[in-house]
Design a protein. Structure first.
Length: 293
């Protein structure tokens, strides 16, 4: 247990705390007062909050819907990601509850900052919640369990992570329109989703694309073994030579999803602190199996 606890970084927890607070601010100040919807599990929780008894709040739904999804993805994403993600959602839920039920802020009828202007609420709510989600991803966690499910199942059904998430959100907004018997709010919610997605893109650089890692190192056997055990996938290993030092080195080419970049970096640097790692976007990955070597 102590071994695992040592891998938890204080800076990550601090930034994930900020991410949860920022996301809660964007959702509760701009979206929920005018009944606009976020995407994913957050949006689902907002809808359930509106159509269920008052004691079933947004914060409760965020916890009971997200945590099982993160736990389900434990094996695929790793325990550290799962701990960070659950922590982030817990902070998000806590501050959503504080803003709506404890702090002296009236968010029952209109946004305290944007009134009832749906466009302003959609844009600012989307951008601010996108900042929170982007920070969560950048520091090793996540704000929404549906994206974890996308990472696990999208490849199995032959679609991209982005397509999986988009399909879920389209279905969510259709259900919202049917339940509300109006399409104005769901349509504005699409504006919210677009603003949030672009903001996340800006923060984490390529939210829906895989990442290719080129790792220049001097401990190829140990690194390949550790990465293979951690992620259950193969990699390409090439011999290389340092252009400046003229020393024999190894180049490992490895493809990961965006949630695995931080974990991959930590594993490599734990084995070879001097390893040189570059990360690039990958638009498409074509493979007949999980092992590429």
């Amino acid at each position: 247990m102590i071994k695992y606890l040592k891998k938890i970084r204080i800076i990550n927890l601090l930034m994930l705390t900020v991410a949860g607070i920022v996301n809660a601010f964007g959702i509760t100040i701009f979206l929920t007062p005018v009944k606009l919807y976020d995407s994913g599990i957050s949006g689902t929780s907002m809808l359930l909050d509106q159509i269920t008894p008052e004691y079933l709040t947004l914060s409760i739904f965020l916890l009971i819907l997200n945590i099982p999804l993160f736990l389900f993805g434990l094996k695929k994403q790793g325990w550290l990601f799962t701990v960070y993600a659950i922590y982030t959602v817990a902070i998000y839920s806590l501050f959503a509850w504080l803003i709506t039920d404890v702090f002296p802020i009236d968010v029952s009828i209109a946004s305290p900052l944007a009134g009832t202007d749906l466009l302003l609420c959609a844009l600012f709510g989307g951008v601010i919640s996108g900042i929170g989600s982007g920070l969560a991803i950048r520091y090793g966690g996540a704000m929404d369990g549906i994206e974890v499910m996308a990472v696990i199942f999208a490849k199995k059904i032959g679609i991209t992570v982005g397509t999986f998430v988009m399909m879920y959100n389209v279905l969510l907004y259709v259900v919202c329109g049917i339940v509300l018997k109006s399409w104005i709010l769901p349509l504005y919610s699409i504006v919210t989703y677009a603003a949030a997605l672009k903001t996340i893109d800006f923060i984490v650089e390529g939210v829906d694309r895989a990442k290719s890692a080129i790792i220049i190192n001097e401990a190829p056997e140990e690194i390949c073994k550790a990465l293979s055990e951690a992620f259950g996938s193969g990699m390409t290993h090439l011999e290389a030579k340092g252009g400046y030092s003229n020393r024999d080195k190894s180049m490992i080419y490895f493809v990961v999803n965006r949630y695995q970049v931080i974990r991959m970096r930590d594993i490599v640097h734990e084995i070879d602190p001097s390893a040189y790692i570059t990360i690039s976007e990958v638009a498409d990955v074509f493979s007949n199996n999980n092992k590429n070597n």
